[in-house]
Design a binder for this molecule. Structure first.
Ligand SMILES: [Fe+2]
Length: 389
């Protein structure tokens, strides 16, 4: 019997040391016969690394594959076009991404243009996709963007420097694998940047207009875990307890913003990332205290609750004082893990801010921000992030 429903199954999220060994069996369950592996050359070259372990499990299950290994940071339209060409030339029937957010977004973007039309820039926005993507599984190696389990796909148009998001439930990978043992060799700088992304992804949904009690619980637990584990993970990458805590946190944050959405930190960070090809987590970390200070007016009680989850002592403080403490705490966290003070470090130029502010207000993450901004206000926020010392 054929139904009108085009989804295959609800998503499954595997977590814990050793889960990567299940991927061959899962590929069989999904009837994948010849997936396109989407990754980068560095990961592909790591002996017994995430790519090697993925391919070993597929080999054991008798599944053949082709490999696209040219994923770039801030994935570009040219990357998904090249991956699509390889997918078609190799007669692939499915996609497996191996890496961090860039690999997953490249894989999602490839799937989007295979089934929803070749021009992905026309699909920017929320729930714009009308056809199912090819079956997609994601092996995650950073903690992290959460892209391995979210409906968000972020792509940069290299011709216009515009970074945009395609938000659709059709983007959600069918199976994700988060194996902390595969993350021990992630460099400290990348651990800090991706960890700050997860931190922002736990804070923005907590103050989002689309929050609910379930996402609140996910956000608060993600924040507690990041407070406990991010600094140790940056200090010593081989601390498996810290790596495991950060994976739990990034998954919780991903689940939270998948339902409650994000806000201006992400909407503005996408402009910095698109314009200057800067690391996403660093862009988010630099904007976080500036944007949340601006948002404080909308929901001071939410920020006071954040201060408690961050481990601050708020006894005897007014709501406003506790809320201000949360903002100071965010700034300190970024400083502790080595994030620079100002967006000057990314090459930002004030002359670009008017267009970036305009585009940020159109970004798919802008609509859930708790305070409604004007173009002039967002220019001022970019300027404040530029002047920060
Ligand atoms: Fe993010």
């Amino acid at each position: 019997m054929k139904t009108n429903f085009d989804f295959l199954m609800p998503s499954v999220n595997f977590f814990g040391p050793g889960v990567i060994a299940k991927i061959g069996e899962r590929a069989q369950m999904l009837n994948m016969h010849h997936p396109l592996i989407v990754t980068d050359k560095f990961l592909q070259g790591v002996a017994n690394g995430p790519v090697a372990q993925t391919l070993a499990s597929l080999d054991a299950a008798g599944i053949t594959y082709a490999v696209y290994n040219a994923v770039e940071p801030n994935p570009k339209v040219r990357n998904i076009q090249a991956a699509k060409a390889l997918y078609l030339a190799e007669h692939c029937d499915s996609i497996i991404t191996v890496g961090g957010g860039s690999a997953h977004d490249t894989g999602k973007g490839t799937g989007i243009i295979l089934t929803n039309g070749d021009d992905i820039t026309a699909l920017a926005g929320i729930e714009t996709l009308t056809a199912a993507l090819p079956p997609l599984m994601a092996v995650n190696t950073t903690a992290g963007t959460g892209s391995e389990l979210t409906r968000h796909c972020v792509i940069t148009n290299e011709a216009t420097h515009l970074k945009f998001v395609v938000v659709s439930w059709r983007n959600i990978p069918l199976v994700s694998f988060n194996d902390p043992a595969l993350q021990l060799d992630v460099p400290a700088k990348l651990t800090a940047a991706t960890g700050m992304d997860a931190y922002v992804q736990a804070i923005e949904p907590y103050v989002s207009l689309n929050r609910n009690p379930i996402t609140d619980a996910q956000c608060l637990q993600a924040i507690r875990l990041i407070e406990k584990h991010l600094r140790p993970a940056v200090a010593n990458g081989h601390d498996l307890v810290a790596r495991t805590g950060m994976v739990e946190a990034e998954m919780l944050a991903g689940m939270a913003f998948n339902n409650a959405d994000l806000g201006y930190v992400h909407a503005m960070a996408h402009q910095l990332g698109g314009q200057y090809d800067a690391p996403h987590g660093v862009c988010c970390a630099l904007l976080l205290p500036i944007v949340e200070q601006y948002n404080l007016l909308a929901c001071p009680d939410r920020f006071a609750s954040l201060a408690l989850a961050m481990g601050e002592n708020t006894a005897g403080l007014t709501t406003r004082e506790a809320a201000e403490l949360a903002i100071r705490h965010m700034r300190q966290m970024a400083q502790d893990v080595g994030i620079p003070a100002s967006i000057k470090a990314l090459g930002a130029k004030p002359v670009d801010f008017p267009l970036m502010a305009e585009n940020a207000l159109k970004d798919g993450n802008a609509f859930s921000n708790p305070r409604k901004g004007t173009k002039e206000e967002l220019i001022a926020l970019f300027q404040a992030a530029y002047d920060a010392e």
